[in-house]
Design a protein around this ligand. Structure first.
Ligand SMILES: Nc1nc2c(ncn2[C@@H]2O[C@H](COP(=O)(O)OP(=O)(O)O)[C@@H](O)[C@H]2O)c(=O)[nH]1
Ligand SMILES: [Mg+2]
Length: 205
């Protein structure tokens, strides 16, 4: 749940990057950290196990400046995707305001994407949240591999697998090259702020 301080005209909200292990959540945050220097408000904190698998989570605070007279601060988190870290995912989801579901375009990860989306659905439900209501955006990551020999799913296939019922905005992306990373985040922030506006009417004078 966002912190809305109308007296100081300050809003702080929480966006979570969700998805299976190795789909590119941390790489998204790395890219944002490197590229959107003006918006970044602090260090990126990553709690890693050995190598690049996230045991716990990554955290990056950003600021969007003023919107309708309110100072907007955003906390970006990632969850660990591996099945065994379910309790950490539930913890990170606490108080979430918007979600980016990062799906891996590699054909071999098809099942993992679907499992992870189901896991998101269940964990949101446990937190009293509805996947159909919470601001949600899909990212089909690793599209840069289209230029290689690696077998990828088509975007249409991924839409059918993951977005047939939800019908949320979706973006092909590459967290490595940065293609689609900003667009995914911007759309999520727009949806989230619209949702919060409805909930809190914070922009009312
Ligand atoms: N080619 C390619 N590799 C990617 C992309 N995003 C992530 N990776 C690689 O996939 C691996 C896992 O990425 P990571 O961000 O750690 O995944 P996470 O478990 O979701 O946080 C790393 O080796 C990344 O370099 C992408 O868009 N394209
Ligand atoms: Mg990670």
């Amino acid at each position: 749940m966002a912190t809305v301080n109308l007296k100081n005209r300050e809003i702080e909200c929480k966006i979570v990057y969700y998805g299976p292990g190795r789909c590119g959540k941390t790489t998204n945050l790395d890219y944002i950290h490197r590229t959107f220097k003006k918006q970044v408000r602090g260090e990126m904190i990553s709690i890693d196990t050995d190598g690049d698998r996230t045991l716990f989570f990554d955290f990056l605070p950003i600021g969007l400046g003023q919107i309708k007279g309110c100072d907007i601060k955003v906390q970006l988190y990632t969850v660990p995707g591996q099945v065994q870290y379910r309790s950490t995912r539930q913890l990170v989801l606490k108080g979430v305001d918007g979600i980016i579901f990062v799906a891996d375009s590699l054909k071999v990860r098809r099942e993992k994407n679907m499992e992870s989306l189901k896991d998101l659905h269940e964990n949101l439900k446990k937190a009293g949240l509805n996947i159909l209501r919470i601001p949600l955006v899909m990212q089909y990551n690793k599209r840069d591999l289209e230029k290689t020999e690696m077998p990828l799913m088509s975007v249409e296939q991924m839409e059918r697998d993951l977005n047939r019922q939800l019908r949320v905005p979706s973006f092909p992306a590459s967290a490595v090259t940065g293609q689609g990373v900003g667009a995914t985040l911007t759309q999520t922030l727009k949806k989230t702020l619209k949702y919060l506006h409805k909930e809190f009417q914070w922009a009312q004078e």
